[in-house]
Write a protein that binds this ligand. Sequence first.
Ligand code: GDP
Length: 236
Amino acid sequence: MLMTFFFYLAKSNCDISSLMKNNIIKGSCDFKFALSSLDQIKNFRNEFISSSDKPKGIAILGRSNVGKSSLINALFGKGTARISKTPGRTREVIIFKFQTTINENKSAFFLFDLPGYGHAKVSKAMLSDWQKIMDLFLRLFSDKLLFLLIQDARHPNMEADQQLINYLKNSGMDAFLVLNKIDKLKTQKEKNELKKMIPTLSKKYKMCRQIYFVSAESKSGLELLEESILAILSEN
Ligand code: GDP
């Protein structure tokens, strides 16, 4: 894990995008559905996915304000996440479809923008709605998706993140832990603090294949993240 951190630092200054064979086609990500009830999620599963064919793709999960929308825009093209920010959409599963080039072939995958968690003012009823949606979502879709668990690199593993990982750890899902906003770590002291946390994060998030250090703002680390996402999608 520590190696990834240094690998990222070494790579962040060089543009390797021109060398990449596999890529997410920017601007190809189209909004398909916003699902807010258990029935809608079940219907989507029944109507759009045949029983042998589960949706392949990515699901984005994180506390509000960690930069989920900014990362979606950075990875899929500017303006993609606008729909997820529409007032009232915050408790919905937003579904997009995007195109990739993998080994010179075009493929289509789903992107699921899942409702955020850890809002300070959420009522018990809303929390229980979130859990019902997540329980169903995981049951129906988790085995063909790569989950990106997004956290803020300045405050990783907060209480709400710990609750989430306890909830997910036996789900058998495939996941990456993505620590965003690393551009905000300006001083050596702040960078060292994050480095010191890596062993703890590796242990607590051992269900995650890897930890990535990125910035949606400066784009640092995103080439490596995109490459790794495509490597997993091409496996399935
Ligand atoms: P979401 O609620 O998780 O979708 O978070 P947003 O994408 O809306 O981002 C929340 C705030 O963090 C916005 O003001 C973004 O501009 C900012 N932000 C997101 N990613 C980064 C980043 O990598 N670096 C910095 N400095 N700010 C970021």
